[in-house]
Design a protein around this ligand. Structure first.
Ligand SMILES: Nc1ncnc2c1ncn2[C@@H]1O[C@H](COP(=O)(O)OP(=O)(O)OP(=O)(O)O)[C@@H](O)[C@H]1O
Ligand SMILES: [Mg+2]
Length: 512
């Protein structure tokens, strides 16, 4: 008898449907798997045999041929174990199920027949729905994650036995249902709050501007001044993720295997802080079976590069392009996979080796050469990726001990949200969503400056010797500052503030 079971596989972030066909005939016992299986799929033979035996079924003493269709795409991953086993049990008459093709079935089997957690279940569940398959049997630990796909019935199975009993109708598995609204509420309380940061008003204001316009920013300051602390709180003032955005982010985490059973939907903007020893591939993504990297794990959130000059040059260079484009494409023989990578880049650094160059409270002990070579680790083009530069000075003793709490993230976020809405409205037909994405021609249209403002810009340019490159950055940030204060036109005061966020490269790097 021939049986047919539907399952799924993954390439990059996209799931696709696989049909597992099984035929059993009298010949020398053995299993053959055809249809471009990779090593993990080939090895499933051994797991399947043991799981069948240890779950109280018997392995047919005949020739079993398993065909994975479509035949021309490579199948990887161990989650075909369960559909292959179900197909064998149906073909050998040990399981009777008329509606097995209503289900998409996936899961890796352990030798004792229990089902292990799989990566990428969410994109596969989304693909199932696209193809009109509304019932899924998935590993129990992945059931919550799959259940965020609307209109699908999700059954989380712990073992082969459970899956078989469900399909035969002997004992149904309880359906997993998720209340999405409550997930959004739950997670927002877990973020660190800006009210814990004492003093540092100007740094906080600069981060508010950065968040409002999704501008990349670079923080320079002495050790212990609170740079890491400030950066970590940034997600708490970014606007909430919409459901579509949350789904986009969760898909990436699902494929990366970073969702645990309790976290089924990523509802808080991600904050990724890779260590400076990180390799090219871990930061951008890639590998033989394409995997998302840190820039994609930070999608729609914050990518924080702490101790920025310590990062490997090639790693920094490798992420420049994907950060600019908002996507990273991995090309392989089997096809190309595209991972989204649209995040806010925040970097922090000390201004020199000892950390105190430019600090008003403590003397720097570095030689001019060592300061020069330390700062020289950041190339001009990289420095140019940051619209906003923030100097974080040592926090004053009075501020630390005053007991006075700062403004809460909730209040700051409210202002950021309004500024983002203004931008969304303004750019609704242009395919961008924030001021940081403005192109040269858009800047001309949306960042017009009056005569007074122009005079100020001219004056500062001549005095500080700023380059033309800095010009567009200042205008973009001025636009964000105007949006934050709800004003249609950019005023000289907005420009003056934006210039402040651009004067550090002059101070530390001598202008770019
Ligand atoms: N403004 C502040 N208010 C309250 N606590 C602060 C502040 N600044 C620093 N701290 C305390 O100091 C600790 C160290 O700060 P943090 O790690 O953010 O410094 P940093 O600037 O990142 O230093 P480094 O350059 O060494 O990485 C924080 O965990 C916090 O407890
Ligand atoms: Mg730090």
């Amino acid at each position: 008898m021939i049986s047919k079971v539907i399952s799924g596989a993954l390439f990059g972030l996209e799931g696709y449907i696989i049909t597992v066909e099984t035929d059993i005939y009298s010949a020398l016992p053995g299993i053959d798997i055809v249809g471009l299986p990779d090593a993990a799929v080939k090895e499933s033979k051994e797991r399947v045999k043991s799981a069948i035996k240890n779950s109280g079924f018997s392995m047919p003493q005949k020739r079993i041929i398993i065909n994975l269709a479509p035949a021309n795409t490579k199948k990887n991953g161990a989650y075909l174990d369960l559909p292959i086993t179900i197909a064998i049990l149906i073909a050998s008459g040990q399981l009777v199920c008329d509606n097995v093709c209503d289900y998409l079935i996936l899961g890796e089997l352990a030798l004792d027949g229990s089902i292990r957690k799989a990566d990428g279940v969410l994109p596969m569940a989304m693909e199932a729905r696209e193809n009109g398959i509304k019932k899924l049997i998935v590993p129990k630990e992945n059931a919550k994650e799959a259940s965020i796909v609307a209109d699908c019935e999700i059954y989380g199975a712990e073992s082969l036995r459970e899956a078989v009993e469900h399909l035969s109708g002997v004992k149904l598995i309880e359906r997993t249902v998720t209340d999405i609204d409550s997930l959004f509420k739950q997670n927002l309380d877990l973020l660190d709050d800006f009210c814990d940061v004492r003093g540092q008003d100007s740094a906080k204001r600069a981060l508010e501007v950065a968040a409002a316009g999704a501008h990349n920013c670079l923080m320079i300051g002495s050790p212990g001044s609170g740079k890491t602390m400030l950066a970590k709180r940034l997600p708490s003032i970014l606007p909430d993720l919409s459901f579509e955005e949350a789904l986009e982010v969760t898909k990436i985490y699902s494929v990366a295997g970073l969702l645990d059973g309790s976290k089924s939907l990523v509802t808080v903007r991600p904050f990724r802080s890779p260590h400076h020893t990180v390799s090219n591939v871990s930061i951008t993504g890639g590998g033989t079976i394409p995997h998302p990297g840190e820039i994609s794990l930070a999608h729609r959130g914050v990518l924080f590069l702490d101790e920025f000059p310590e990062f490997r040059k090639d790693a920094i260079e490798a992420m420049r392009q994907p950060l600019e484009d908002g996507v990273f494409t991995v090309s392989r023989v089997a096809g190309s996979a595209t991972f989204p990578s649209s995040s806010m880049l925040v970097a922090s650094m000390n201004p020199c080796k000892c950390g105190y160059y430019g600090d008003s409270a403590r003397e720097c002990t570095c030689t001019p050469q060592s300061i020069h070579s330390y700062l020289g680790k950041i190339s001009g083009p990289m420095l140019d990726r940051f619209d906003i530069h923030i100097q974080v000075s040592s926090v004053k003793f009075e501020n630390l001990t005053s007991g006075e709490k700062g403004e809460s993230s909730k209040d700051i976020k409210e202002r950021v949200k309004i500024a983002r809405q203004i931008q969304l409205q303004r750019y609704k037909n242009l395919g961008i969503y924030s001021n940081s994405q403005l192109t040269a021609s858009m800047i001309e249209e949306f960042c017009r400056v009056d005569e007074k403002g122009n005079a100020l810009l001219k004056d500062v340019f001549e005095k500080l010797g700023l380059s033309a490159r800095a010009h567009s950055r200042i205008l973009k940030v001025s636009r964000t500052i105007a949006d934050l204060s709800g004003e249609k036109d950019i005023s000289p005061a907005h420009i003056a503030e934006a210039i402040r966020y651009r004067s550090l490269d002059k101070k530390f790097w001598g202008g770019v």
